[in-house]
Design a protein around this ligand. Sequence first.
Ligand SMILES: Nc1nc2c(ncn2[C@@H]2O[C@H](COP(=O)(O)OP(=O)(O)O)[C@@H](O)[C@H]2O)c(=O)[nH]1
Ligand SMILES: [Mg+2]
Length: 188
Amino acid sequence: MASDVIKLAFVGGMGAGKTTAIRAISDVEPVSTEMPISHALMGEKTHTTVALDYSTIELDGGELLHVYGVPGQRYLNFMWPLVCDGAVGIIVLVAADAGDMVAQTDMLLVEFAKIAPQASFAVGVTHTDVSNDFGLLHFRDALTQLGHKLPVVRLDARDGAQVEALIRILLSYRYAESVVNQRASTSV
Ligand SMILES: Nc1nc2c(ncn2[C@@H]2O[C@H](COP(=O)(O)OP(=O)(O)O)[C@@H](O)[C@H]2O)c(=O)[nH]1
Ligand SMILES: [Mg+2]
């Protein structure tokens, strides 16, 4: 089949753990692209670069998963559809010590649901080992109140086994959803 590219993206602000997570699960040396951004876009005349990560991992069945790390800053949102169009899974990463982590995660979930409506979503909270006052239940409740019902888990981006487990869960939802949809469309 032509559309066998499986695309998954980690999205999050600076320091959320995107590069680390991708490095932790990669079969191959990941590519970290420094993409030049003209600040003319922001009404300034300087240039800067933003990192875009890319790698691949092979899944059990030999399927190749293309994994991207996408900066979550809103002023870079022109990059989002370029990378995430057609993604089957999107993992929003947020550091437990980030200020306004609820608002940030809410914004990313809302925006990326528009860009990749078919994707399964999860939230991975990094840096919980160094953030004593972080409460997962509280954070999850806050997201639920904003209408986001999805897996919200602690995730140490340095731990490849944890990252891979979360990816497997996301991809398994994809199959579960397609089975449900098939049933719905074939039932009378
Ligand atoms: N203590 C701790 N450090 C983490 C965790 N996740 C990522 N890091 C570290 O946080 C730093 C920033 O991560 P990085 O992957 O560069 O973030 P990016 O900007 O999203 O690509 C790196 O030094 C990581 O090793 C975590 O769960 N706990
Ligand atoms: Mg990075």
